[in-house]
Write a protein that binds this ligand. Structure first.
Ligand code: PEP
Ligand code: MG
Length: 594
């Protein structure tokens, strides 16, 4: 996989997930545990603020535990006492007032003071000569850990505070961490874990930060302050490069910038094939701020608004009004184009402690997305109300994620009916004509596509998850990243089946997985009959440029030809051969090397 890069001294090779080349200093960040604590003194002016911060963390912890308690199913009620005892602990003077006293007396930060209180309690427990009681120190530790987590939420240790221009080196960054990166300071990042369609990767791309993931051993090899070169186009990372390498990569950097400028010039114009077929190219987005990139890159609307991140970012659940304001702003900015708002898709690698029922062994297969929403109708309804209300201010479509079969559509629609009835009753304005669609990203939905098409207004194929579930690979695991194969014949045949089902039912079908923005896939996706592509905004300029040099006639032939091949490798070879002259030279070289 490394090709000629292996020759580079001090070179590492990972999975390139966000393009661009940067040279800068390493900043080591440990996000794997809240136990890494900062200890610092607080001056008189800020001491009351520190006490307030601690009390607020106690309050949030109490709310979380109370919510968790209400979620214990009837058959598990005998375990509720554990949460009761945790709630009591929060009120215990040794944890609570003793910590406040420490902050005030010793003028130290809340985390440090709380740690000291925990040590004190631990000493007392150690002296108790009763195995049961002394074993309960684990509960005290759990509660303390939770308070610490809630405190650090406030403190944003590290990421937001970094004031120099650096390259982040971490074992892992969660998608939520990534949304916090201060992009005027963070030049790029590398992580040891992660796959090509992990949400951390997707967000790095949306923010335009070069990134390489799956770099095993990086945190052992790289020291804080090391000079690094990151090539987000190839996945190459060089530690403490010599002058020759620096010059070589500076040239590559220039070449990349020129190439980007060239393809961006026409990104606002429509994408029309040589034989006159107009293809709609929309953008995916995760946070309100990205709406600027959608516009700048020439997105013709938003084909997928991933709404999870607002939930991951806020403390507690966002209110209906907060959601409404957010959706309304996006709808207004994107109007007259359409915004497809996907309902909450928490779970998998997008994780919120607020909505955590129990830690799941298999989060990708767990209580996530639409399943979670159907189980927690109040959370679902609040989001649906916000979406329907926002529909008045632009063109909004509603989309449900992770649909596995008809029942979930019927159940979701029933809740939608309740929501619109409530809005009518309360005389609140909403869009009564809102179109409703589903993500096709679970193989069972592909099998049932003909049936599902009778019940919705559109399909959007989510290949990130479809590949994960169809090929049985965890999309965030770097060890199976080589199996992320959009060209797998099984995936191509699934796409074909979904497009045919949509066509026969007369509904629209789009594709919004990372595959939509993959230059090697453009021709076959057009040829498959998909009406609309939605992708990371940064991919739009190139995809539009490529569509302009393709003919629909040829694209159809390409699709017919590849769909009957037997392996992903054959499909890829076919495409590399047939896309000569359409793929930019720079990319062609890269693909041939890989
Ligand atoms: C997908 O699964 O392809 C998709 C677009 O959604 P997400 O990446 O948010 O799971
Ligand atoms: Mg998905």
């Amino acid at each position: 996989m490394t090709g000629h890069h292996a020759a580079e001294k001090n070179g590492l090779h990972g999975i390139a997930v966000s393009s661009g080349i940067i040279i800068g200093k390493a900043r080591f960040v440990d996000r794997s545990s809240v136990k890494i604590l900062y200890q610092y003194l607080i001056n008189d002016d800020h001491i009351q603020r520190e006490v307030d911060r601690f009390r607020e963390a106690l309050r949030v912890t109490e709310d979380q535990l109370t919510t968790l308690k209400t979620r214990i199913p009837d058959q598990g009620q005998e375990h509720a006492f554990i949460l009761d005892s945790c709630l009591l602990m929060l009120k215990d003077g040794m944890l609570n007032e003793a910590t406040v006293k420490r902050i005030l007396d010793e003028q130290i930060n809340a985390e440090w003071a709380l740690k000291k209180s925990l040590e004190e309690i631990r000493k007392i427990f150690d002296q108790i000569d009763d195995e049961y009681i002394s074993s309960r120190i684990g509960d005290v530790e759990n509660v303390t850990e939770r308070i610490l987590r809630n405190l650090s939420g406030d403190m944003q240790e590290g990421l937001e505070e970094i004031q120099e221009r650096v390259i982040i080196v971490a074992h892992d960054l969660s998608p939520a961490d990534t949304t916090e990166l201060n992009i005027s300071k963070i030049m790029g990042f590398i992580t040891e874990v992660g796959g090509p369609t992990s949400h951390t990767a997707i967000i790095a791309q949306a923010l335009g930060i070069p990134a390489v993931v799956g770099l095993e051993g990086a945190t052992d090899l790289i020291r804080d302050g090391d000079l690094l070169i990151i090539d987000g186009n190839t996945g190459q990372v060089i530690v403490n490069p010599d002058d020759g390498a620096i010059i070589r990569f500076q040239e590559k950097q220039l070449e990349h910038e020129e190439y980007k400028a060239r393809i961006t010039r026409k990104s606002h114009l429509p994408a029309m094939t040589l034989d006159g077929h107009r293809i709609t190219v929309k953008a995916n987005m995760e946070l309100l701020d990205e709406v600027v990139a959608v516009k700048d890159c020439g997105g013709e609307g938003v084909g997928l608004y991933r709404t999870e991140f607002l939930y991951l970012r806020s403390k507690g659940l966002p209110s209906e009004d907060e959601l409404y304001e957010d959706y309304r702003e996006v709808a207004e900015i994107i109007a007259p184009e359409t915004v497809t708002i996907r309902t909450l898709d928490l779970g998998g690698d997008k994780f919120s402690s607020e909505l955590e029922f129990t830690r799941e062994t298999n989060p990708a297969l767990g209580l996530r997305a639409i399943r979670l929403c159907l189980k927690e109708p109040e959370i679902f309804k609040s989001q649906l109300r916000a979406i329907f209300r926002a529909g008045v201010h632009g063109k909004v479509r509603l989309m449900f994620p992770m649909i596995s079969g008809l029942q979930e559509i019927l159940d979701a629609k029933e809740i939608v009916d309740q929501v619109t009835e409530d809005l009518d009753r309360d005389h609140i304005q909403y869009d009564p004509e809102m179109k409703m669609g589903i993500m096709i990203e679970i193989p069972s939905a592909v099998t049932m596509a003909e049936v599902l098409a009778q019940h919705v207004d559109f399909f959007s194929i989510g290949t990130n998850d479809l590949i994960q579930y169809a090929l049985g690979i965890d999309r965030v695991n770097e060890h199976v990243a080589y199996m992320y194969q959009p060209f797998h014949p099984a995936i191509l045949r699934m796409i074909q089946k979904v497009v045919n089902a949509a066509r026969n039912a007369g509904i629209g079908v789009s594709l919004c997985g990372e595959m939509a923005g993959d230059p090697l896939c453009v021709s076959i996706l057009l040829g498959s009959g998909i009406d609309e592509l939605s992708m990371n905004p940064r991919a739009i300029p190139l995809i539009k440029t490529m569509i302009r040099s393709l003919s629909m006639d040829e694209a159809r032939k390409d699709f017919e030809n590849v769909v009957c091949l037997n392996t992903a490798r054959e499909v890829r070879a076919y495409l590399l051969d047939h896309m000569k002259g359409v793929l930019p030279e720079l990319l062609e070289k890269k693909y041939l090397e890989a």
